[in-house]
Design a protein around this ligand. Structure first.
Ligand code: PMP
Length: 789
């Protein structure tokens, strides 16, 4: 609509000079009346590519009629119309133009002008406001609000799709370095050289870093003439809205913010501070990934280069257009200034802006005080000096000061903290619909097929629940329904969940502080631990399985029927124990022979962590009757599942409905699908095997030099390091273990201990752990062990 000082961004403008075609006011009025039902007076508005008219209707409303240049791409225009319609249901609806539909519901209509190619007309609501460029005093609050609005817009557009979102546009920030051919049109040699150098730098050091960034359909044109502001009765100016979706396209999402920053920084005393306000606002709504933050400065430079290059090219077409010359002056000024700013310093400024916007008003101490007063009293906090973690990314966590920690212990954020594919899937579906399993929905069907497809026969029926506890509780109900018995055999030190039904069979809880002992129907057998358990030789698997047989005989001897044997496929709370070879397979056979079923708890260990297989039970050569899944299944989104056989599912179909309000909702299923996508597309199972092997090899090497290490065990990225004071007596080095944890924390590595004697370091990081992380962990552990022993 309004002419931007930086030549506008529509690629099509290059080819068709705006002077070449016209639309008369009376033609505009007749289009408005006949097609859009508006009786009005039309008045031309400035426009770069489109012909724009302000329509003052007889009813007193104001609309804008926009007529595209002849031959404009219909699909792209339709995409823009649909995007605006889509945004009508979003939190930024009041800040974007509404689409007026024709009587037959169309948003875009063809207009014959006699020119080559058709023009297209659409009518949008008029936003009353002044371009931001005309505002001399810009309050910081307004700039932050611009950042927040653009972030809301980007989040809202995540759910939008249309064939027209993918297009070739010279203003696509990803293509900046391709604009070098226009440098020859820059008259002044020094400036030409500067731009050529910057573009080369962009090609070599910026473009390659764009590949892994989040992408989406964005507005892509937040310049200071497209952002309109309004101040009511002399009050502070507020954002009235944003106009012109002509440059919108699918590209790196961070371009939205970088483009806004480029224009906000023009002719400012402290351009970095101005941009950092927008960055902080944006980040407070759509947290920026580290890669995105580190690229803002370069992308701003890129956008400024694109601006001067395309202006130079435009001047070839319109040499007499002096305005072009004048309008690029502030851009040249900023570009020259940018070359004198240290990129690292700029990035630090943006980082600090993000961290400051992350910091809510309570200090760590205050939060501890709130927890003491208002939280259930038996919630624990990790570390004697608690950590306040404010951000996660991949394998890293960040505290409120911006300090980075390698997360070696969170097996929930399986594919990496805040994985963009998973986050986007959740946000997209959340913006569309969330219901329950009583409606038909594609996500549920798709997820059930994908998930069950990863299991061997006959495990083909799934139940969706919300937590590992719910999954295990349901597993108990399934087993009871199928066998008619509550009697269950469990491993000593096992943990299966926090509900009464599970606490009473989990000795980790019921035999610990505050516990009331095992339920009468629960029977424990020794943990199949070949390092510390009663059986350690090559026959250990059979020996431990024999204990299961003994329990079964005892149950039968008491006139009861064995119902289930339940165990983790790799043992977590028991101390990262890999079961003695053959134990789980033999125990499963034994329980089946007695009429019971085998339940594998894969809440911690499923989804490829074991490296060689997707499911940890597969590493133990048996197929359970019921498998429970949790933690990693949703990468932090609360969801879980139970997989079983059709036969057992049929036994559970007793006439009583199974309904779970949140289990299997469309958002959870979208998340679950996204997690499976990432595991596959990033080859995380194989990666876990490689990283796990590297870690295990390194730990075994440390074991040779540090006598405190008694045992190193693990499969893939499920690893335990047992610390002992004496290799004969296996006296547990528990205080040493907790000192190591603190030492490691001080060095930026988060670990924790487990096992009945609290002397096992557990390592079960997000599966995106990299080789350098492994090497750094080993080096830090080497140092930490050196300080303890
Ligand atoms: N089973 C195992 C093996 C677990 O480790 C846990 C949680 N630590 C659970 C079940 C319970 O899962 P949730 O906390 O999601 O209820």
């Amino acid at each position: 609509m309004t002419k931007a000082p930086i030549p506008s961004s529509n690629e099509e403008a290059e080819n068709t000079s705006p002077e070449h075609w016209t639309i008369e006011v009376r033609d505009a009025e007749s289009i408005a009346r006949e097609d859009f039902g508006l009786d009005c007076r039309a008045e031309p508005l400035p426009g770069e590519v489109d012909r724009n008219f302000l329509l003052n209707t007889d009813a007193g409303d104001r609309w804008v009629l926009k007529i595209s240049r002849p031959g404009a791409d219909q699909e792209v225009l339709e995409c823009q119309i649909e995007a605006l319609r889509f945004l009508e249901r979003s939190p930024v609806a009041h800040l974007v133009q509404r689409v007026l539909s024709t009587r037959d519901g169309r948003g875009l209509i063809p207009v014959e002008t006699g020119e080559e190619g058709r023009c297209w007309a659409r009518v949008l609501s008029y936003i009353d406001g002044t371009p931001l460029a005309h505002l001399h005093e810009r309050p910081r609050r307004l700039v932050e609000e611009i950042g927040r609005t653009l972030a809301r817009l980007d989040l809202a557009l995540r759910g939008f799709d249309h064939p027209g979102i993918h297009r070739d546009l010279v203003w696509d920030i990803e293509r900046t370095h391709e604009l070098g051919c226009h440098a020859e049109h820059i008259a002044e040699p020094k400036r030409r050289e500067m731009v050529e150098r910057l573009l080369e730098d962009y090609r070599l050091t910026v473009a390659p870093r764009l590949t892994g960034l989040e992408r989406g359909y964005i507005y892509n044109d937040a310049n200071d003439y497209n952002l309109l502001v309004r101040s009511d009765a002399g009050g502070e100016p507020e954002l009235a809205g944003l106009i012109e979706f002509g440059d919108s396209l699918h590209t790196i999402t961070i371009a939205e913010l970088a483009i806004a920053c480029a224009y906000l920084m023009l002719d400012r005393d402290d351009p970095l501070a101005e941009a950092s306000h927008a960055v902080a606002g944006y980040h407070s709504v759509r947290p920026l990934a580290a890669d995105e933050r580190s690229l803002i400065f370069d992308l701003v430079v890129g956008r400024l280069c694109a601006s001067v290059l395309l202006a130079a090219q435009r001047r070839q077409v319109e040499p007499e257009n002096e305005y072009l010359q004048i309008s690029t002056r502030p851009v040249w000024r900023l570009l020259e200034r940018m070359t004198m700013i240290d990129r690292d310093e700029a990035t630090r400024t943006f980082e600090n802006a993000c961290t400051a916007s992350d910091t809510p008003n309570r200090s760590a101490d205050e939060i501890v005080a709130v927890r003491r007063r208002h939280f259930g009293f038996n919630l624990s906090i990790s570390y004697s000096e608690p950590l306040k973690i404010v951000r996660g990314e991949g394998q890293y966590l960040f505290d409120e000061t911006g300090r980075r920690y390698l997360d070696l212990v969170n097996n929930v954020c399986h594919v990496g903290h805040c994985h963009p594919h998973v986050v986007a899937a959740a946000q997209r579906q959340m913006a569309k619909l969330n219901t329950n399993t009583r409606y038909l929905h594609d996500n549920l069907a798709e997820y059930a097929v994908r998930l069950t497809g990863t299991f061997p026969d006959p495990l083909s029926v799934c139940f969706f629940v919300c937590t590992g506890t719910e999954a295990n509780d349901l597993a108990l109900r399934l087993a009871r329904a199928h066998t008619g018995s509550k009697e269950i055999i469990v491993l000593e030190h096992a943990y299966h969940g926090h509900s009464p039904s599970l606490v009473e069979i989990s000795t980790y809880k019921c035999e610990g502080p505050g516990g009331e002992g095992l339920a009468e129907h629960a029977h424990k057998v020794p943990m199949p631990d070949i390092y510390r358990g009663p059986y350690r030789g090559s026959n250990a698997g059979k020996d431990y399985a024999e204990e299961v047989q003994k329990k079964i005989s005892e149950i039968q001897g008491a006139g009861r029927k064995p119902g289930a044997f339940m165990a983790e496929s790799l043992i977590g709370c028991g101390g990262q124990v890999i079961p003695a070879e053959g134990f789980l397979a033999a125990a499963t056979e034994t329980i089946r022979a007695a009429g019971g079923v085998s339940i594998a708890d894969e809440v911690q260990v499923g989804f490829g962590r074991a490296g060689t297989h997707l499911w940890a039970f597969e590493t133990q050569n048996f197929v359970p009757d019921i498998v429970t899944l949790g933690k990693p299944i949703g990468n932090g989104h609360p969801m879980a599942a139970v997989i079983t056989t059709p036969e057992i599912a049929a036994s559970f179909d007793t006439g009583m409905e199974y309904f779970n309000t949140f289990g299997g909702n469309p958002v959870s299923c979208a998340v679950g699908l996204a997690v499976l996508d990432v595991i596959e597309s990033e080859g995380l199972q194989q990666h876990a095997l490689e990283m796990g092997t590297r870690m295990l090899d390194g730990l075994r090497e440390l074991q040779r030099r540090h006598p405190l290490i008694g045992d190193v065990r693990g499969l893939g990225l499920y690893i335990g390091v047992e610390l002992v004071r004496d290799h004969e007596t296996l006296e547990a080095a528990d205080t040493e273990a907790s000192r190591i944890i603190d030492e490691m924390k001080g060095r930026g590595f988060l670990l924790s201990t487990d096992g009945p004697l609290h002397n096992v370091l557990k390592i079960k990081p997000p599966m995106v752990l990299q080789a350098h992380d492994v090497d750094e962990t080993l080096a830090a552990l080497d140092e930490a062990l050196g300080r303890i022993t």
